[in-house]
Design a binder for this molecule. Sequence first.
Ligand code: SF4
Length: 488
Amino acid sequence: MPTQLQHARDGETTAAMRRVAERENVDPEFVREEVAAGHAVIPANREHPSLDPMVIGEAFSTKVNANIGNSEETSSREEELKKLHTAVHHGADTVMDLSTGSDLDGVREANVRYSPVPVGTVPIYEAVKRADSVGDITFEMLFEVIEKQAEQGVDYMTIHAGVLMEHLPLTDGRKTGIVSRGGSILAKWMEDNAAQNPLYARFEELCEVFAEYDVTFSLGDGLRPGCLADAGDDAQYAELETLGELVAVAREHGVQAMVEGPGHVPLDMVAEQVDREREVCDGAPFYLLGPLVTDVAPGYDHITSAIGATEAARAGAAMLCYVTPKEHLGLPDAEDVRDGLAAYRIAAHAGDVAAGLPGARDWDDALSEARYAFDWRRQFDLSLDPERAREFHDQTLPGDNYKEARFCSMCGAEFCSMRIDQDAREDGEMDRIADETDLEDSPAAEVNRPPVGTHDTSRVPELPAFLREIHEDDRSGAAADDWSRVRN
Ligand code: SF4
């Protein structure tokens, strides 16, 4: 059966292309053209029936990935499903199951089964668990893991095929060496076996499996910089050249491919990174981790990296992998996931607005209109994190009567500048503004919000009882009828 890429090249618009066009508010033919050119991907494994397809590409709204998964120290299948729910609830466009603990198959199967968003993995982690030591991993073992994960319905996989033996000496002078888990594993394997990276040497065999299930390559940057000092060095850019070569091979086999990027990059070098990837990888969607624009703020790296991510989105990044406040320090909990996702959804949206993505600013305009109209409920509902907005407002002014008040506790009634401004306007002017900001009749009422948190969950099997309870709790603070339309 043809992949999305092959359908697109044949001039055929698939159901997935029509659905993502609907979510992005664009013409399906435009989606087809972008996929056919390899400038966009629709990660949609044929074995993932609960998926609501979405598109990743520079021409579309910037997407956000959240990493979930267990470790040796934590957690159960139930815990992992809670993390999945938290990530999707707070607007993750994709999730990556990076589990390295126990019950890998069970956790992965559950995640795919209940996820309405694409699920990604890094198969080499499972291969490491299977082998006695890194040097004992074989290509056959890797191939078996990849094939099984494809059968399970994983939509995209990080494959570190671009780290080559000849690149390794280029990392010698680095401040922080090789910081990618996959990159460090493959470097050790090559040193132990004195052989080329098997994922590179036998890449075409992987393409055949990827094509069979329509899994998308996420070509990993195993030599990404782990600090500002290493950003854009010879090792990083040598690997990028190889990734460009692999993008072409994947496309020849009809397989969709995106490319992963750093990491840690000074703010003034972020756009250069995006431009270089676009050129070297022929416009393949660029998927960045951050990047962090300073190394000095552990505990706040969702902020340091969201600054870099905003610039990356403005410059053309297609997807951003979130970073939580726990980065470099520990495994994130649910609150960290929420904070990381909020930071990254802000980055993605701010980047889209600055890049001039058609319709991106409608959301801002709608919220501003509600704010100026003192329509507090509407303002909460339009907020990126409605629960937090409502909670913060109600900490000081909880009563229902304050939901129409012409002030809040920040400036107080006497000094509310918007009230003073409105009162100072000439007779009739406020009526005109009120008419213009009548949200019921305004096009902004049907704001073209980015397709975050709007997943169609109708194909997701009925949630297990413990998740149903969490789901209901999450919604309990919602006042607006359109809550279910915008969140899940
Ligand atoms: S009191 Fe200040 S912050 Fe609150 S609505 Fe008025 S101008 Fe805005």
